[in-house]
Each structure stands twice: as structure tokens, then as C-alpha cells.
Design a protein around this ligand. Structure first.
Ligand code: TRP
Length: 354
């Protein structure tokens, strides 16, 4: 785990220079990033990634966003609800400001040529290497299931996600760094073995600490501690009301000893731009009731515009379908060109020309 933290810190220390290069020459970058559609996107996604993607798109970086539907079945048996989750994810992207004229939104299952890249890529990695991936290990432990071939090899599939469009910049959370490292190794080995086809992508991580769920644990749909972007103001109030706090009236920010109280303070803090300590001091001995009221108001106010836009977009499902169809078509065109290049580099083009 130490080497894991070392590599995270090393990546972090490269960020200022990387941000500088992006600001100077946005046209030299292509971003590929994505979400696994296992549920609805929540406030943690908003602060962790959605906002970041829109910022980069607006800075002039060519942006690809993948709704990674095949990744849903890495650690579970069924893709239950995936149709809805894909649809809702796209609604949230658009509401957050992704512009389909500048960003390409697509799904794995609609781009066969991307998936085919997994074959040559699998030949470039060893089983031992795959077994060492710390993110795969923790996902395996959390799944409570036997290790499937797909869970073991999905980092290779994720390399195909990134490399099919020659993405050279991948904005991700730190749990994804092992996959970016694996992608770089695959790109390097392909280029050495065959021909210089792929860039070695860089991770773009931000220092914003992860937003905790309402109980202080990691915000996750499976813990039932998330504030989803699609919730109404009333549903948000209910979720906050259900959050477990404690009976001490004096509100203080103390994540170790008071995880529930502190999680609410952090949530209100990110939504208002004020510090958790400042908010705690203001609530004083108002107890959990005041804390919950303040948190609910902060979230609802912050998300009001997003929710208004998402309601407008959701009212026109045909538009959402059209955005995805156009994104899939563009991704497919690019994947087809890259696969042809790969087959040519490998000496596997038989029909002449092409
Ligand atoms: N594995 C990522 C996650 O769980 C989602 C993802 C799939 C992704 N393909 C990607 C992220 C490619 C970055 C690049 O969040």
C-alpha cells in the first residue's frame, strides 16, 4: 500500500506542471474518462468528476466520456437497471454542462472495435501482473464472489477504453491510478513490439478530498448514504433526516470521533464554500436538528440549478437518445480507424488496401 501512496503523491506533485500545459495548449490533449453505470450519480460524483470534466471541456480539451456498461458485470452477476442508469448518467452530464457539440458521450457495448482491442492487449500482460492490481483486489474482496475472468482482466479492457481514441489525459480518482499505470505499460509494450501507435496517457487527479457519505463512510449507493443528483428537495431532506448523528448538542467538526456530524458539516461546506469549522461554530449548541436543516438547505440550494436543468433535459428523452447515438457513432468511427492501424501494425490486414 505504501508504494500505492507513493505513486499517488508522485502523481499529485506533477499536477501543477500538467495543469500549466493544459492551460497553455489545450488542443494537445484528449481526455477519456468514464463512469460505471451501477446506480444514479450522486453529489460525490459532482464534486469529484463531473465539474472537472466540464472545466476541461470549457478549457478547449477534446473530451470523451464513456458510460462503461460492460464494467457493470465485473463484480456482479447482472446489469440490472443499466438502461435507466445509462440514461440518467447522460442527463446528469448534460445538466452539469457537457456539451455534445464538444464532448463525445458513448457506451462500451455500442463500440465493438473498442472491445476487440482487448485481444491484442491481453497478450501484452501477464497473469501475475493482473493479480497484483490493488483496485482489483479490493473490488474482489468487496464483491464477496469468486474472481471472474472479467474482474481480473478489466484493467486491460479499461486500457482499450483509453487507447482506442488515443486519449492522453485521464481525469480520475486515486483508486483508478493502478489502471492508468497498466494502460501506460500496455501502450509502451505495443509500441515496442509492433509500431508507435499509442500515447502513454497521464492521470489527472485533483486534490479535493473525497466527499463522505451521510454516515461518514465512502459515499456509495450500496451503503444507502448518498445524495443523488436526481433527488427532489424533499427526498434530500428525508435522506439528511435519516442520517445518523449523535446526541451532543454542541456541534463540532471531529471526523474521527463524530463521523456522522462531521459528514454533514463537510457536505454543507462543499455546497456553500465555507469551512466545516465555521459552520459548526455558527450552529453552536443548536444540535442535530439545526445541523440537518442547514445541510439540507445548503445541498438543495447548491443543486437547484442542476436539478432544474436535468428536469428539462429528462422531459425530452429523444434528445438524450440522440446525444448517445451521435456519441456512439463518433466513437465507433475512431475505434475502427485505430483497430485498422493496430491490425496493420500486427501484419493482420489481408484484404489489400485499407
Ligand atoms: N473504472 C472507472 C470507475 O469505476 C470507470 C471507467 C471505465 C473509466 N473506463 C474508464 C475511468 C476509462 C477512466 C477511464 O470509476
Amino acid at each position: 500500500m505504501d508504494s500505492y501512496m507513493d505513486s499517488f503523491n508522485a502523481t499529485l506533485s506533477r499536477m501543477p506542471a500538467l495543469e500549466h500545459r493544459i492551460a497553455e495548449r489545450p488542443g494537445e490533449f484528449r481526455i477519456l474518462t468514464g463512469d460505471r453505470p451501477t446506480g444514479l450519480l450522486h453529489l460525490g460524483h459532482y464534486f469529484g468528476t463531473l465539474r472537472e470534466r466540464v472545466r476541461l471541456q470549457d478549457a478547449g480539451v477534446d473530451t470523451f466520456v464513456l458510460v462503461a456498461d460492460y464494467q457493470v458485470i465485473t463484480d456482479r452477476e447482472h446489469a440490472a437497471g443499466v438502461t435507466r442508469h445509462v440514461h440518467e448518467a447522460i442527463v446528469d452530464y448534460l445538466a452539469a454542462g457537457l456539451d455534445p457539440a464538444r464532448s463525445t458521450v458513448f457506451v462500451h457495448s455500442a463500440v465493438p472495435e473498442l472491445n476487440q482491442l482487448m485481444l491484442p492487449f491481453l497478450s501484452l500482460v501477464t497473469e501475475a501482473e493482473l493479480h497484483r492490481n490493488p483496485t482489483v483486489k479490493s473490488e474482489l474482496a468487496a464483491s464477496g464472489r469468486a474472481l471472474s475472468g472479467l474482474l481480473l482482466t478489466y484493467p486491460v479492457h479499461q486500457a482499450a477504453d483509453i487507447l482506442f481514441c488515443k486519449g492522453n489525459l485521464v481525469p480520475v480518482g486515486k483508486d483508478q491510478l493502478p489502471h492508468i499505470e497498466q494502460t501506460r505499460v500496455i501502450a509502451r509494450r505495443f509500441n515496442e513490439r509492433y509500431a508507435a501507435v499509442f500515447p502513454e496517457p497521464e492521470a489527472l487527479v485533483n486534490e479535493t478530498p473525497e466527499l463522505p457519505g451521510l454516515d461518514g463512510r465512502k459515499m456509495s449507493k450500496s451503503y444507502g448514504n448518498a445524495i443523488q443528483l436526481a433527488m427532489s428537495a424533499d427526498e434530500t431532506a428525508q435522506a439528511v433526516r435519516r442520517a445518523r448523528t449523535d446526541s451532543e448538542r454542541l456541534i463540532t467538526f471531529d471526523p474521527e470521533r463524530r463521523p456522522g456530524v462531521s459528514a454533514l458539516l463537510t457536505t454543507a461546506s462543499v455546497c456553500t464554500g465555507r469551512t466545516p469549522e465555521e459552520l459548526a461554530a455558527e450552529i453552536g449548541d443548536g444540535g442535530s436538528a439545526v445541523l440537518k436543516r442547514i445541510t439540507t438547505e445548503a445541498v438543495n440550494e447548491f443543486l437547484a440549478a442542476h436539478r432544474r436543468r436535468r428536469a428539462e433535459i429528462a422531459a425530452d428523452p429523444a434528445y438524450v437518445v440522440q446525444v448517445l447515438r451521435a456519441g456512439n457513432a463518433r466513437a465507433r468511427e475512431i475505434a475502427d480507424a485505430t483497430l485498422t492501424e493496430v491490425r496493420r501494425a500486427m501484419g493482420m490486414v489481408y484484404e489489400g488496401g485499407q
